[in-house]
Design a protein around this ligand. Structure first.
Ligand code: 5AD
Length: 350
């Protein structure tokens, strides 16, 4: 079967045999990428029209107790200046975002022991109370089921936790021994069963990734059926174990993004900052390959640069208002309008 036929089969069935996906990921050409992108674009355009939802990201703390080998925030990176925003500072970012028309806040935090469950729970409730018309998405990493339940009860709607790689051996090559794929999956199952719109996703181009391992990521997503998926290229972070590793390819990331759109037509697929960092037109290219969400950054400019997951993480504009305006203009130039509602098409359409 040709790769084009494999992509058609994927679109018809929503899944392929592991060995077929592996072949596709090992042998795709530029024409195959174009074909997948054109299908993915049509699917996204059919479901979401020319509205792009803008989710405002607030990076709360870069203190991390984890030591993921690829991540610039890892605990052993002593070169990084650490920070934590106060609850009042986070609420001020939300106010500014809300004033600018943002109706989904993505509260993102590294695994900071001093940003504990009580602080997080209180923050979520205060955002919920202050912005009852807005959705709250969390990205606080691996926590207990009881903590996830508290966050949900306090008013959070969505939770993003990438599985990073669905292959346990690969996971072990990217993380210290105490971090396991099994716990990651436990978290994802807990989040979903609690009722969060749960997001997962993976890095493209990490060291030791193979077409077979990437095929397993796609099969994991097909099976887990997350409400949202984030896919981004691995980008090296200096002062980490993988500082000298080559960056993941933009083309491959976009191809994988298109395949995810084909597998999960209803999922929210945000354009990640990593793709914007890897290519100056990365945002536009991701939208043209099937993405339907953009994520402007609402973090105060002084802290933004310290959320250094990888080198050169770009942000648009001097501040939130400026960044959003640039994003609005750039998306307008490819025929898209930034939408100002919570963006619950998925719940509405079931
Ligand atoms: N390159 C790209 N993405 C990274 N992340 C962490 N380190 C890197 C890197 N070097 C992503 C991980 C994690 C999220 C917080 O940031 O996928 O889930």
């Amino acid at each position: 079967m040709s790769n084009i036929e494999l992509i058609d089969r994927l679109a018809a069935d929503g899944v392929l045999a592991e060995e077929d996906l592996e072949v596709l990921l090992a042998t795709y050409t530029a024409a195959d990428r174009d074909y997948a992108a054109s299908l993915a674009y049509r699917i996204a355009r059919g479901r979401f029209g020319t509205n792009l939802h803008a989710w405002g990201v607030i990076d709360i703390t870069n203190n991390c107790s984890k030591d993921c080998f690829y991540c610039g925030l890892c605990r052993s990176n002593e070169a990084l200046e650490r920070y934590r925003l106060s609850t009042e500072e986070v609420l001020a970012c939300c106010s500014e975002g809300h004033r600018l028309g943002i109706r989904t806040f993505v509260l993102q935090a590294a695994e900071d022991p001093d940003f504990g469950d009580d602080v997080a729970d209180d923050l979520i409730w205060r955002v919920r109370k202050g912005f009852p018309d807005s959705a709250i998405a969390l990205s606080f990493g691996e926590r207990s089921r009881a903590a996830y339940q508290r966050y949900f009860d306090a008013g959070a709607d969505r939770y993003l936790l990438r599985h990073e790689t669905a292959d346990a051996d690969h996971y072990a090559q990217l993380h210290p021994r105490r971090s396991t794929l099994a716990n990651r999956i436990r978290c994802l199952e807990d989040l979903k069963s609690i009722g969060f719109e749960t997001g997962s996703g993976m890095l493209v181009g990490t060291p030791f990734q193979t077409p077979l391992r990437l095929a397993r990521d796609l099969l994991f997503l097909a099976d887990f059926d997350p409400a949202l998926v984030t896919v981004g290229p691995f980008l090296p972070a200096s002062t980490t174990k993988f500082a000298e590793a080559p960056a993941g390819s933009v083309e491959k990331t976009l191809f994988v993004l298109s395949l995810v759109r084909i597998i999960l037509p209803n999922a929210d697929l945000p354009v990640m900052t990593s793709i914007a960092t890897a290519h100056p037109r990365g945002r536009e290219m991701a939208v043209m390959a099937g993405a339907n969400i953009v994520m402007p950054n609402l973090t105060p400019p002084a802290e933004r640069a310290k959320y250094a997951l990888y080198d050169g993480r770009v942000t648009l504009g001097a501040d939130a208002a400026d960044g959003l305006e640039i994003l609005r203009r750039r998306m307008d130039a490819i025929g898209y309008t930034l939408a100002s509602d919570r963006g619950e098409h998925r719940r509405r359409s079931g």
